[in-house]
Design a protein around this ligand. Structure first.
Ligand SMILES: Nc1nc2c(ncn2[C@@H]2O[C@H](COP(=O)(O)OP(=O)(O)OP(=O)(O)O)[C@@H](O)[C@H]2O)c(=O)[nH]1
Ligand SMILES: [Mg+2]
Length: 667
């Protein structure tokens, strides 16, 4: 199979991601994969150095070659020993293309900060380095390039300047190598340092759900849609179904290449190309994200930490900025959570309101750039991808954001469960970026501490204990209230009770049927309530009737009992009582519920004893003849048609008789 390398757009690409790729054998599983990004000012020799190291010119476009500058991201790779593969992402230094740089730098593990020996530190050296710091990149080295152009004294001076420049940052004390792409000087030392640093770099998490921010998408003749990117978490296998965010479309992974080599799977940390079936390349663009289906949710609102660069202007709440995260780029408004203005150099909590929906997960780092003129002003990390609207000055908001910032897994999960009231493991996976299995692992330890209630086996619902207890309390209060208002009704139907609980609880949402059942079970176990069928009542609660109610109740029962099968209407019976209509009807309903009376139709109510007698009459008749016409029935019971027909239909329903044409068979 040939490699998935094609043009991103006009002008077409002229070089593959790697030129040395074609006959490379399959990548051994034990190989470490590390992504190294270049950073630095225009013309400082970034691309020349990548070419000198790897043999691959990262400048892929005709226009880049002609103008001698990098416009878009370039890719190359280098094996430093049988156990280490380094993927290089070469970025443009030109200030106009910082946004392209930002699409590449999001996936890197190490930075190679490039400073030309003959120019020293320049504006994009600063901007790129600021970006690396804001993105939380922790490792890297410095290369003083074009060492062939300057003498030793100048080189030493540049070294000093750079040392001062990186002092106090993650690059303080980092290796600094003088090198020349022209003469090859320093390249061996550089490779040694790159290997040493790479082996110290923790691998990207393969055990999290898979996410691939897309940096290129193109049509490959004979293959169809191909997307490429740095796999930041998880693994993806051939034939997997993937979802394309924010498109909301799905596709099948028809083929995978890792560094231009066919593979059955790609793992976090690898440069990956996926051939997708079921989608057209023109529907996909840089900034979209591939992930497993049914796990993540799109969002337009993110709670974040934000650090403002000392060089930035003060930032007002609701300011519009350019937002860059992963390979995505869009406009956003920064809503400050503390105060109305953020000072240069300060760090604080903000809510970002995005202009377009995207897939972002807590822990993702981002950069913001000033709306105009466009310069990098700050960056930070996502804390919550489905945040509530915050009331200004609410101390609970800051407390919860601090919990999310500290990132302790149990505290984080508990907080999210607390906010949701009840949530499925999948919903919490989308909120954390963890796998559902990891959610359950942490949830179980919270359950052991009685902070979560887990429902189902395996658990399918997580309920915060405080929410559970609050609902249980509310449930008892609702029943208390109901019984007080309706002394003649046995209890409250489950569904009505569930709706009533929606008004309270932590989350102010109607609890799910599963949660209601768990509440009912728990309260029944404690002897606090009784559940009979669909009716719930307080434990030991029987209907307390007053003396006149008891008399009326007996009167109603007696009236129906006396009537036998030729019953009066309910209206007639109730009219004879010395009780108000509403109470009288309740008593009637009570007798029906207690099975003393039986409703055969809406208008015909019979005493239980009368119906029992009817069955006996039929049983006796069956001994003689089991066939029965309507006239026979009327004779047998002495009833008119008005009663006979509904009663026969009732008997059919009760399977005492079965209708066959004009006759009934007594069963
Ligand atoms: N003498 C000398 N020239 C170099 C060296 N490295 C790069 N150059 C030259 O410097 C110029 C710029 O090099 P690039 O590698 O394109 O610089 P870059 O940093 O990639 O530039 P952008 O990608 O546009 O930011 C080219 O003309 C290179 O030939 C070096 O080590 N020695
Ligand atoms: Mg370049």
């Amino acid at each position: 199979m040939c490699s998935y390398n094609g043009p991103i757009r006009k002008p077409p690409q002229i070089g593959p991601e790697s030129r040395i790729a074609s006959p490379v054998p399959r990548i051994p599983r034990f190989m470490r994969h590390v992504i190294i990004g270049t950073a630095g000012h225009i013309d400082h020799g970034k691309s020349a150095l990548v070419l000198a190291l790897t043999g691959t010119d990262p400048d892929r476009w005709e226009e880049e070659k002609r103008r001698g500058i990098t416009i878009d991201l370039g890719f190359a790779h280098l094996d430093l020993g049988p156990d280490l593969r380094i993927g290089f992402i070469d970025v443009p230094g030109h200030e106009r293309f910082v946004k392209n740089m930002l699409a590449g730098v999001g996936g890197i593990d190490l930075v190679m900060l490039i400073v030309a020996g003959d120019e020293s530190i320049k504006p994009q050296t600063r901007e790129h380095f600021d970006i690396c710091k804001l993105l939380g990149i922790r490792r890297g080295l410095i290369v003083i390039t074009k060492s062939d152009l300057v003498d030793r004294e100048v080189l030493d001076l540049v070294r000093l300047e750079v040392q001062e420049f990186v002092a106090g940052s993650f690059l303080a004390g980092a290796p600094m190598v003088a090198a020349s792409a022209r003469t090859g000087e320093g390249l061996d030392e550089l490779k040694n340092e790159l290997r040493r640093l790479s082996l110290q770099t923790p691998p990207k998490p393969a055990d999290l759900p898979f996410r691939l921010p897309i940096d290129r998408s193109f049509v490959m003749k004979g293959f169809g849609a191909v997307v490429t990117g740095t796999l930041i978490t998880g693994t993806v296998e051939k034939e997997a179904e993937v979802e394309i965010f924010p498109l909301g479309k799905r596709a099948r992974v028809r083929g995978i290449e890792v560094y231009n080599t066919p593979a059955d799977r790609a793992t976090a940390g690898q440069r990956t190309a996926l051939n997708l079936a079921g989608i057209e390349a023109r529907q996909i663009s840089r900034g979209m994200v591939l992930a497993g289906p049914d796990l993540f949710q799109l969002t337009t609102s993110l709670d974040c930490t934000l650090s403002l660069l000392p060089s930035a202007r003060p930032l007002k709440s609701h300011a519009q900025v350019h937002f860059h995260c992963g390979t995505a780029e869009m406009l956003a408004r920064v809503v400050l959570i503390e105060g109305k203005e953020m000072k240069p150099g300060a760090t604080g909590f903000v809510q970002l309101r995005l202009s377009e929906p995207g897939l972002f997960v807590p822990g993702d780092r981002f950069i913001i750039r000033q709306f105009s003129p466009v310069t990098t002003i700050g960056g930070g990390g996502v804390l919550d991808n489905a945040p509530p609207k915050h009331r200004p000055g609410n101390p609970a908001t800051l407390e919860s954001l601090r919990v999310l910032e500290r990132g302790e897994p149990q505290a984080r999960l508990e907080l999210l469960a607390q906010r949701a009231g009840e949530a499925t493991p999948a919903a919490l996976a989308a909120r954390t970026g963890w796998k559902p299995a990891e959610i359950l692992r942490v949830a179980k330890s919270l359950e052991a501490q009685k902070r979560l209630v887990l429902l189902g086996l395996p658990p399918s619902l997580l309920v915060h204990s405080a929410h559970f207890e609050q609902l249980a309390k509310l449930l008892l209060e609702q029943l208390e209230e109901f019984h007080a208002a309706n002394p003649l009704v046995a209890g409250l139907p489950k569904e009505e009770l569930r709706a009533k609980l929606g008004a309270g609880g932590v989350a102010h949402a109607i609890p799910s049927p599963a949660l209601l059942n768990a509440l009912l079970q728990s309260l029944t176990g404690q002897g606090k309530i009784d559940v009979q069928g669909e009716t719930v009542r307080l434990g030991g609660r029987t209907i307390q009737l007053s003396a006149d109610e008891t008399a009326a109740r007996d009167q109603i029962a007696a009236a129906f009992a006396k009537a036998g099968l030729a019953v009066p209407t309910a209206r007639e019976v109730l009219a004879n009582l010395r009780l108000d209509r509403a109470r009288a009807e309740k008593l009637l309903r009570m007798l029906v519920k207690e099975n003393v009376l039986h409703k055969v139709t809406e208008d015909l109510i019979f005493h239980q004893a009368a119906l029992r007698e009817l069955r006996e009459i039929l049983a006796r008749r069956k001994a003689k003849n089991n066939r029965l016409g309507v006239t026979d029935f009327k004779e047998l019971t002495g009833l008119s048609r008005k009663y006979a027909i509904p009663l026969l239909e009732y008997l059919d329903r009760e399977r005492v008789t079965r209708r066959e044409g004009d006759v009934r068979i007594i069963l």
